[in-house]
Ligand binder design. Sequence first.
Ligand code: AHR
Length: 661
Amino acid sequence: MSLIAARKRIFAITISVCAVCGICAQNNAVLRADKPGAAVRSTMYGIFFEDINFGADGGLYAEMVKNRSFEFPQSLLGWKSFGQADVLEEGGPFSRNPHYVRLTPSEHSEMRTGLENEGFFGVTLTKDSLYKFSAFMRAPEGAGIVRVELCNPAAMGETQTLAEHTFDVSSPEWTKYTAVLKPDADVKKGVLRLFVEQTDRNRPVDVEHVSLFPGATWKNRPGGLRRDLAQALYDLRPGVLRFPGGCIVEGTVPSQRYQWKNTVGPVENRPLNKNRWLDCFAYRLFPDYYQSCGLGFFEYFQLAEDLGAEPLPVLNVGLVCQYQNDVCQQIPLDSLQVFIQDAVDLIEFANGSTDTTWGRLRADMGHPEPFNLKVMAVGNEQWGPEYIERLEPFVRELRRQHPEIKIIGSSGPNSEGDDFDFLWPEMRRIGVDLVDEHFYRPESWFLSEGTRYDDYPRKGPKVFAGEYACHGEGKKYNHFYTALLEAAFMTGLERNADVVEMATYAPLFAHVEGWQWRPDLIWFDNNDCVRTSSYYVQQLYCQNRGDRVLPLTMDGKSVAGLEGQNGLFASAVSDGDDIVVKIANTGETEQPFTLHIRGLKKSKPLLHLTETRLSAADDAENTIERPDVVVPVTVTSVIDVSDEWSTVVPARSFIVYRFKH
Ligand code: AHR
C-alpha cells in the first residue's frame, strides 16, 4: 500500500470511529431527549424588587411629588416655601401623617405665599400629556383660592407656566380637590407650584397630601405604577416576584424595619418610613430617600398577579440589619409574638376570606379574590444563633396555623463560609422548605461555579437563589461580559431544577441619578428606561424556561466550563414538543459544537430551529442614550435533524436554540 493510500485509510477509519463514538471531534455533546429529568417549575426564574436606587418612590411608583405629606423629618424637604407657609400638626385629616401646611396670603397684592415641589430629580413633563393633580385642602375661614401650576423654572420665554388650574376652596372641612393638567411644552427639571391667591380678607388655606401622577399609568390605575417600568417587568415573564427587600425588610433600627401593615389601606394614611439606603453609604448619600409606601403590599401582590408571577413576601424575623449593627439589635424573644402575628395576618390579607379582618381590607382595596400566596421568607440575610432562635418559633407557629404555606430560611449573606456552613444544617434541622442563597460575586466565581448544585443533596430543603449578580472586578456596572457569565452560571441552575426551585437576579431597578448599588437589571431616568444585558439574559431564561430538564453532557460530564470544555456552559429542557438548548461560550474563540441527540423518533425529526443570540464586546453596555447596544437577535432556519446537529458557537456569546418538529 502506498503512503498516500495508507494515510487515506487511517483518515477514513478515524472518521468512522468518530461517527460511532461521537467523542473525537471537538465539543461533542450528548442530549437525551428520551430521558426527561426534573420538572422545571413555573417559579424557576423571577425578579426581586427592593426599594433601593429609588426603585419605588421616584421609580416604579409613579408619584411625582416628593414628600407629598410633609412627613419627612425636615417637613419641607423637597419643597421650597415662600411667603407665610407654616407646617402644622394638629387637626390634619390623616392620623398617621399628621403634618400639613397652612398657606396664609399676604395683604400685599404683589406678595405671594406658596410651595414649590422639586419632584424626584425634577418634575419631568411631556408636552400635551395629561397629569393628575390632587390635594386635600380646607379653608379654615370658609374661603380661599389656590392656584396650581406646572412650571419650567428655567424657561426663557415670557412665562414659566406650562399648565395651571385654580381651585376655589370654600369648605372648612378637609376635601380632596383634583385637576387634570396638560403642559404645553416638555421640561426635564420642572416644578409643581401651588400658591394662594391674595383675597380681600387674607384667608388661609390648609394643604395636605399633594400629589401628581402621570395620566397614563400601568393598566391606567389611579395612583399606579410607571407604565414603561412595569411593562419592562411584564416583558420578562417572571415566574416569581420577591418583595419588598432585601435589607429594607430589616431596617437599620427596629422602628425602621419594613412593616407591611403600614403599607396597606388608603395611601394618604400610610406612615412614612426612612429608607435604609438613604445614608448607609456615606459616599452615595441621598438625604431625601424615604418610603411613602404608596407602593405597598397590596400593590406588590397586584403587580405579581399582573405579571403572572407568584408573590413571595419577605418578613422581618425580629432582627435588624446585621451588616449595619456591630452589636445586633435583637427583638427579645418574648416580644417576638407581634412579628409572628404579622406573618399570620399577612396570610389572611393575601388569602383569607372577605369576612376575616385582613381579607376584608383586601376586598375594600379592590381585590376580593385571594392573591393565592403560597410561599414566604422569614428573614432576609440573617445569620448566627440569634437568627435560628427567632426563626424556630416562626416556623412552629406557621406550620401549626398554615401548613399549606412554604417557608424560606436564609443561608446568610455569603455563598460559602462560616455563616453559610452553620446555617444550612440548621435549616435542614428546622425543616424549612427552601433556603435563600445570595451571591454577588466576581467573574472568577461565576466561571467556577457551573456545577455548584450538581452535588447538592436531593433531599431536604430546596434552594432559592434569591439574590445574585456577577460583579465585575474593577468594573461594577452592567457590561456584557458579566451578563454572559450569569447566563453561563444559570445553565447550572437549570440543570439542577430538582434542587433549585427559584432564582431571582438583584437588584431590579436603578435611577441613573439616584443609585446606591450596581449592577442592576433595569436603569431608568424620569422619561425612559433601559434594559441591560443582564435583563436580556433573564428574559431569555424566563421565556425559554421549558417544562422538564433534559440531560446534556460532554464526555459524560455536565457542560459547565470544566477543563477541556473550552469555556462552554450548556443545558437543555423540553418545552412541550420543543427542545431548547442554551449554550454560553465564555471563551475568546468560537467553538464548534455537535449535539448528538439520543431518543428522538426517526419518524419525527427536528425541522425548524430558532436561534436567539446575545453577543457583544466584553465592555458593551446599554445606556439611556444607547439602549440597544446589546440586544438579542433571533434567526429561524429549516433543518432536518434526527440524531446529530452541528454548529459553531461564536466567542463570548449566549445562545438559545429552540428546535421544533
Ligand atoms: O440587593 C441589595 C442588597 O443586597 C439587599 O438589600 C440585601 O439583601 C443584599 O445584601
